[in-house]
Design a protein around this ligand. Structure first.
Ligand SMILES: [Ca+2]
Ligand SMILES: [Ca+2]
Ligand SMILES: [Ca+2]
Length: 307
């Protein structure tokens, strides 16, 4: 029998070594595309050691801005200095009047002796970047219902202003237009628009007479009693100069750069601006009839006109 040469032995040893390696390479092709080896393939380079560990997942993103913020800066990243946003939103917040028929406590937590919570999103107007859009929402613990419309826990009622440059005004902007939306998205959807001639003083803090009416027990917003009394479900809304309530205006920032998210410090524990969860007026689980705050502040369809 012919003895194998040294070269043949070396060749056989080499093939054996390759053979031990080949199944490992084969094992990098996973049977299941979602298996752990597939995870290794995604995270480790092709020539990585077999025990290459994928890196830990990144922490979830936090969009909340560190507090306190420098209001001279554009912390929420929309192109406007945040201090200017704050001043304009408060300066042009109108007087808010409730109907004489409002049930006692239904405007709560807002009352003539306790300022209510108003949220505002302020940014360049999507329809004209030279103007500023302010979207406000007024928050209530409850919608108390009226005639054909049932009540519910939590109430989020929007209105909007468009500001335009006016060098005569203290911060360089006056009110161009106001728009209210009551019963949004229902058969009783009622919208009212006023053009306001670049007024410097329309708002309450600006010394003006700009007024918003909150309809009886339902809290739909209107700019005039006449429009309110024709609005609602089959004309059920009522508005009047019954009693007046002041509001604190909070600039909540932008969705990805939040100035305010949790509302626990602002009369509404366990409620959030930007999470998109149903607003329940801090009354626990509810049917979601008020919708979310996010849905009101993030909907360009509720903006006041740019032209
Ligand atoms: Ca800003
Ligand atoms: Ca903003
Ligand atoms: Ca309501």
């Amino acid at each position: 029998m012919k003895r194998p040469s040294m070269l043949a032995l070396l060749l056989a040893l080499s093939l054996t070594a390759c053979g031990t390696h080949t199944p490992e390479q084969g094992s990098r092709t996973p049977d299941s595309p979602s298996g752990p080896l597939e995870a290794l393939r995604r995270y480790c380079p092709p020539d990585a050691e077999p025990d290459c560990e994928p890196p830990p997942p990144p922490p979830p993103p936090s969009y909340d801005l560190p507090q306190p913020v420098d209001l001279a800066l554009d912390n929420d990243g929309d192109g406007l200095p945040d201090g200017l946003e704050d001043r304009l939103a408060s300066h042009f917040m109108p007087w808010v009047w409730f109907d004489t028929g409002e049930n006692y406590g239904c405007s709560g937590p807002a009352a003539p002796w306790n300022p209510g919570t108003a949220l505002a999103r302020i940014r360049p107007h999507p329809g004209d970047g030279g103007k500023i859009a302010i979207q406000y929402v007024l928050l209530y613990s409850r919608d108390c219902g009226d005639f054909f419309a049932s009540g519910h826990d939590g109430d989020v009622e929007p209105f909007a202003l468009t500001l335009a440059p006016n060098a005569d005004c203290p911060d360089g902007y006056g009110v161009y237009a106001a728009q209210t939306v009551a019963h949004e998205g229902t058969v009783a959807d009622s919208r009212e628009t006023q053009y306001l001639g670049l007024s410097c003083t329309w708002g309450r803090l600006g010394g003006g007479t700009g007024v918003l009416f909150s309809s009886e027990n339902k809290h739909g917003n209107y700019l005039s009693t006449a429009r309110c009394d024709r609005g609602g479900f089959w004309g059920s809304d009522h508005c009047s100069y019954g009693f007046q309530v002041p509001y604190n205006v909070l600039n909540v920032g932008e969705r990805t750069r939040r100035r305010i998210n949790a509302l626990g410090a602002y009369q509404f524990p366990n409620e959030y601006v930007w999470f998109g969860t149903a607003f329940c007026g801090s009354r626990g689980a509810c049917g979601g009839h008020a919708g979310s705050i996010l849905s009101k502040l993030n909907t360009d369809g509720l903006l006041a006109p740019a032209y």
